[in-house]
Design a binder for this molecule. Structure first.
Ligand SMILES: *Cc1c(COP(=O)(O)O)cnc(C)c1O
Length: 398
């Protein structure tokens, strides 16, 4: 509009986001359609979204239900497995805060384990040393979409009679030998919030190996209500379709047709999103591999497919924070995922986890999303290489 705003465009480059959804006309069109349908609550679109995601996972429909968030699905998982006081749940310290809250909220003790220093995923050994007779479940993340040792950990859990919950929020399209992450353990949960790859603006999905648990999750997600009859049955008999029973004093955790419609459109694009993210990750590998002082994510083992949710670099902890500030100054957001939960006082952990404590000081997550242009990627790699070189020189021993 004014010369002033034009100046601002010139002097203030746009920030390159770490996470960014790709939402466009197709999503707007489907939201308009739902608005015009006169039904925006949980209905046909939610059922379609659940079927679409079950097909994507390669599991039958009865194992899958949607929720209003992944966090809510994780809380439901605790309830489905009967996690409670006296129980321990093992989870990596490098994981999302909501998962530990779910454990603690049900009165169980979150037991944090260490991670591999390069993949930031717990190894089977990290999990094994944290198991005790009180362990009820292991709650795993696939860091950045990298499956990690989930298959071996699933075997360990089966051997020990411990349930495995996969927080597959980073891993919408990740696979191990063709099997989707999230359906390798007993329960899987996914997020479709604004910062994920395929987004429904908000929303979650829960998978349970045992379809009885899925059926219970459906009731738990809607006040614990047991509907005695449907309309058709009620019309034939003497009952009333508005009558119900309550089997648990539960909350309201359901998705709606507006969000689900967006989610279904995004699921159709997920493979393309991941393909573009992979090209960007490959570009980072190729260009940043030559930068002295940077460690890159290790190559994926054979049979592993990543969603490329995060791309992380590791460097001397003496320069990491300053490098993040340098990049910010040049219009590039970076971040570190996930701040260590065993350091959060509220959880009451007092163990030392040396690998995790080190990676929290050395690791920086670069922007990685399908909306990045090649020019963005060039700017990011150039700014990072220059900053690391300059800051490393400044910190070199005299
Ligand atoms: C985003 C995310 C969540 C939370 O998902 P919501 O849908 O926002 O509740 C949980 N775990 C991980 C690993 C995540 O990345």
């Amino acid at each position: 509009m004014s010369a002033g705003s034009a100046d601002e465009v010139v002097t203030r480059p746009k920030m390159i986001n770490v996470f960014q959804p790709t939402l466009g006309e197709e999503e707007v069109a489907v939201v308009r359609e739902v608005f015009q349908s006169s039904w925006v609550g949980k209905g046909r679109r939610v059922a379609e979204f659940e079927s679409d995601f079950a097909a994507h996972l390669g599991v039958s429909r009865e194992h899958v239900t949607s929720t209003n968030s992944c966090t809510e699905a994780t809380f439901l998982a605790m309830e489905l497995l009967g996690v409670g006081p006296g129980d321990e749940v093992v989870l990596p310290t490098v994981t999302f805060v909501g998962t530990a809250n779910a454990v603690a909220a049900y009165g169980a003790r979150p037991v944090f384990c260490d991670v591999d220093p390069r993949t930031l995923n717990p190894t089977v050994r990290d999990v094994e040393v944290a198991l005790t007779p009180a362990t009820k479940a292991v709650l795993l993340l696939h860091y950045g979409g990298y499956p990690g040792e989930v298959a071996q950990i699933a075997q360990l859990c089966r051997d020990r009679g411990v349930k495995l919950i996969e927080d597959a929020a980073n891993a919408q399209a990740s696979r191990v030998d063709g099997r989707a992450c999230g359906v390798i353990g007993d329960i899987g949960v996914w997020s479709f919030d604004h910062a994920k790859i395929a987004v429904a603006v908000d929303g979650g999905v829960l998978y349970a190996r045992d379809p009885e648990l899925t059926a219970r999750a459906v009731r738990l997600a809607y006040f614990g209500m047991e509907q005695a009859t449907g309309y058709a049955e009620a019309m034939r008999g003497t009952s009333r379709w508005w009558d119900f029973e309550v089997s648990s004093f539960s909350r309201r955790s359901i998705m709606n047709d507006v969000l689900a419609a967006v989610g279904s459109v995004q699921l159709r694009k997920l493979a393309d999103f991941v393909a573009r993210r992979r090209v960007i990750a490959d570009r980072y590998d190729a260009v940043l591999g030559d930068v002295p002082g940077l460690l890159l994510p290790p190559p994926l083992p054979p049979g592993h497919e990543s969603s490329y949710y995060l791309y992380w670099v590791q460097m001397d902890p003496a320069i990491r924070d300053q490098v993040a500030r340098d990049l910010y100054e040049r219009g590039v957001y970076t971040t570190y995922r996930y701040p260590l939960l065993h350091k959060v006082r509220a959880y009451g952990a007092d163990n030392r986890l040396p690998n995790a404590e080190r990676v929290a000081q050395t690791t920086l997550c670069l922007p990685l999303h399908q909306g990045l242009t090649d020019a963005d990627v060039d700017l990011i790699t150039t700014a990072l290489a220059e900053s690391v070189a300059a800051r490393a020189a400044a910190h070199a021993p005299a």
